[in-house]
Ligand binder design. Structure first.
Ligand code: ADP
Ligand code: MG
Length: 728
């Protein structure tokens, strides 16, 4: 019987490209399945429409009586589009999305039925919350949580289900999801940034954070994945020898997109259009079978929802094309992993991007204010920012031999470095008229509207300024963007509040002019933030040493990277700004720590199983063939058989050696696992998995991969790297 591997390969070779229907004009279907302004105007009463828009634009409350009108309109719209069910759609702390479908259908007296969807059902639901991670906030006997409608992210129809974006909170009030803290951080950011922006323009009354994510992923044929238990269960290969050809020829990046993948993308993008996800860019990434998709940026909350939704759709569409999409940060050893760059900026109600240099010195001072405050915030809270992207998967990128490093630093480019150097020389106290003129003409006034050398030059930086936005590149490809975005919004909000207090104090106490005060505070910030600015090679060993000297953290593993989440300083940050309570913070920490240990545990079990049940039996089978061969040679040649069987004998010995090493590795690993499992404290358990269990992976893999090279290809059961990566 052919092995699963050969059946899978055969299936793959016979794959037909799935044809897709795509409208000539994408704009014609954009947002068709979204309950957007256009749909609301059609299906809602005037009052109901005004009420929703008020909630979206100013966060005003929606009255219960109005909610009934809204739900009726929403239901009619949904049914007109073929929807039969509705669901509250939310993002529990598993990092993915959750949904539970209920039919509109209800029975009424007289054996008849109607379609019903009331305001109560729109506004609030009570999913059984006991099966979602809660970090010990609630005991299961009081496992009551509820989801509540978030009107700022529009409802949409996927398949035949009306999905209503919601937050997910415990009855005791604690957030149990990723959205709640994000929304709180966006509110605090709005207020604090607006207060600062008013120094420059009184017409600014609202500031939103904008997010444009870039999603990287791999596409692997689904039959091949089915023959690889490691990919199927952990999302990555736990073993597999490097392919003779990998990415060394640099021939994949921006290369011509293979037709099967392209058809997948077209199908996916059509779905995105219908759902109002403004996808714009698609291309091959560096590694073979690796791709990227990026949208036009949006308001951060909506962008986060859209990314979560996208990941879900990507998996569903992949299935239609017989692909499995891998979001894992490092599915294959030795070639590039995947990230999700988070491009972040601030935008005003007057339509100004606050991180975009302007055409006048005053606009540039505004730009510099927001720019420098962001740098200062990252400097103050670099460890917290690092913790926001920590996961077992992302450890393979950060702190391993791949971009970006675990050290957080900020790249700003040479032009802006020069500007900051000049600003640092600003006089302490009131500025002379001459100095002010000089500053306006020669420093602030000289920032060009488009920063040429700032495009994307330094790819090794985890946090780079790219001309009109910061690009947080260390975010992992599986991450829910809400986490890093919440931290970023929160730390800059804290910074804006402090900045405003300092500037106001100088104006009030030192009788300084507003500009003088701003220049003075910015000068001090530049001095304070020097250590975080780095323009060099982020991968180099030299930077590790330099960063250490500068006192920057270098938290290479998840257990150490997570710890700063619960320091006094960082708890105070969240609590003071009302983003999260101490209980919420500690619960999240607990969930992350536990998740880490469980992921390593699962990988360890899968690796042990594959090595023992697939690799070793195959190696023995091949060894038996060799032994038979040697015995045959002995029959023919008698004593002289050694002359003809040297290679075979060596192979037999090598195979035995690798098998014994694998066996020992697995046995020792299981022992360490047992020790780790017996630990009551989750922090210790995570550390034990990291420091004592995980190190065996490499050793076991090494010997398995050696065997892959020795054993007859005909009987090797697992699809090889060359097959996984070069099957198109
Ligand atoms: P690249 O980084 O490849 O040069 P772009 O600068 O066009 O390409 O943008 C990359 C990503 O950054 C896109 O997803 C884009 O939507 C996003 N982006 C651009 N401007 C902003 C902004 N002001 N705020 C947030 N994201 C932005
Ligand atoms: Mg980019």
């Amino acid at each position: 019987m052919a092995t699963l591997r050969f059946q899978a390969l055969k299936e793959t070779f016979n794959r037909k490209t799935v044809l897709v229907n795509e409208p000539a004009r994408r704009s014609s279907i954009f947002g068709e399945n979204v309950f957007n302004e256009h749909a609301m105007r059609q299906f809602l009463t005037k009052d109901a429409f005004k009420s929703v828009m008020g909630a979206v634009e100013n966060g005003s409350k929606i009255e219960r009586s109005v909610a009934d009108h809204i739900s009726t309109g929403m239901k009619e719209w949904a049914i007109s589009k073929g929807a039969t069910h509705y669901t509250h759609w939310f993002q529990p702390l598993t990092g993915t999305t959750a949904e539970k479908h209920d039919a509109f259908f209800e029975t009424v007296e007289g054996g008849q039925a109607i379609e019903k969807f009331g305001g109560g059902q729109l506004v609030q639901q009570e999913p059984d919350a006991s099966s979602f991670p809660n970090g010990g906030i609630r005991n299961t006997f009081e496992a009551r949580g509820y989801t509540a409608w978030d009107p700022t992210s529009p409802a949409f129809i996927y398949g035949t289900t009306l999905c209503i974006p919601t937050v997910f909170v415990a009855y005791t009030g604690e957030a149990l999801d990723n959205k709640t803290p994000l929304l709180r951080s966006l509110q605090v950011l709005d207020k604090s940034a607006t207060d600062v922006a008013k120094y420059f323009d009184k017409n600014i009354t609202k500031i939103i954070a904008t997010l444009g994510w870039e999603q990287e992923y791999f596409l692997i044929d689904k039959a091949l994945v089915a023959a690889r238990p490691d990919i199927a269960l952990t999302g990555r290969t736990l073993l597999g020898h490097a392919s003779a050809k990998g990415q060394q020829l640099d021939d994949h990046y921006f290369g011509s997109i293979p037709s099967r993948a392209l058809n997948y993308m077209r199908d996916l993008e059509t779905e995105c259009m219908l759902l109002g996800i403004p996808v714009k860019t698609r291309h091959n990434e560096v590694a073979p079978n690796q791709f990227e998709l990026a949208p036009i940026f949006e308001e951060a909350n909506l962008a986060v929802d859209h990314n979560s939704l996208l990941m879900d759709i990507m998996e569903k569409v992949a299935d239609r094309h017989s692909f499995k999409v891998l979001f894992h940060e490092k599915p294959f050893a030795g070639i590039n992993g995947s990230g999700k760059h988070n491009n972040w900026s601030l935008s005003t109600n007057t339509g100004v991007n606050l991180l975009s240099p302007g055409s006048t010195p005053m606009k540039n001072l505004q730009f510099l204010t927001f720019f420098i405050n962001t740098i200062k915030a990252v400097n103050e809270y670099e460890e917290l920012l690092r913790s926001s992207i920590a996961s077992a998967n992302n450890d393979h990128r950060l702190g391993a031999n791949e971009a970006p490093p675990a050290i957080i630093s900020v790249f700003i480019g040479s032009q802006l470095t020069e500007v900051l150097n000049e600003l640092e020389k600003v006089t302490n106290g009131k500025l002379s008229p001459q100095e002010k003129t000089d500053l306006k003409l020669n420093v602030v006034g000289k920032i060009p509207e488009i920063l040429l050398d700032n495009t994307d030059r330094n790819r090794t930086s985890p946090f780079a300024f790219t001309g009109n936005k910061f690009e947080f590149r260390a975010v992992g490809s599986t991450a829910n963007c809400a986490n890093p975005m919440t931290v970023l919004n929160t730390i800059v909000a804290r910074q804006f509040i402090d900045f405003k207090a300092s500037v106001d104090a100088l104006i009030a106490d030192k009788k300084m002019k507003k500009d003088d005060a701003i220049f003075n505070v910015l000068r001090e910030y530049i001095k304070d933030s020097k250590r975080i600015l780095f323009e060099g090679d982020g991968y180099g060993e030299a930077w590790e040493k330099e960063a250490k000297k500068r006192g920057l953290s270098n938290n290479k593993t998840t257990p150490t990277a997570l710890k700063p989440k619960i320091t006094k300083k960082n708890i105070a940050l969240y609590v003071d700004l009302g983003i999260m309570s101490k209980v919420e913070i500690e619960a999240r920490y607990e969930i992350k720590v536990e998740e880490y240990a469980m992921r390593i545990q699962i990988e360890s079990r899968v690796l042990g199983d594959i090595a023992r049940n697939h690799v070793i039996p195959t190696a023995i089978k091949y060894q038996n063939i060799l032994i038979e061969n040697v015995q045959g040679l002995k029959n023919i040649y008698g004593d002289k058989f050694k002359l003809h069987s040297k290679e075979q004998m060596q192979l037999i010995e090598q195979i035995s050696l690798h098998i014994s090493k694998i066996n020992k590795g697995i046995t020792d690993m299981i022992n360490e696992r047992k020790k780790a499992n017996s630990m009551d404290d989750s922090e210790n358990r995570a550390a034990a998995y990291c420091d004592n269990v995980k190190p065996f992976f490499e050793e076991i893999r090494y010997h398995c991969d050696k065997l892959e090279l020795l054993v007859d290809d005909e009987i090797w059961p697992l699809p090889k790297y060359r097959e996984l990566l070069f099957t198109k």
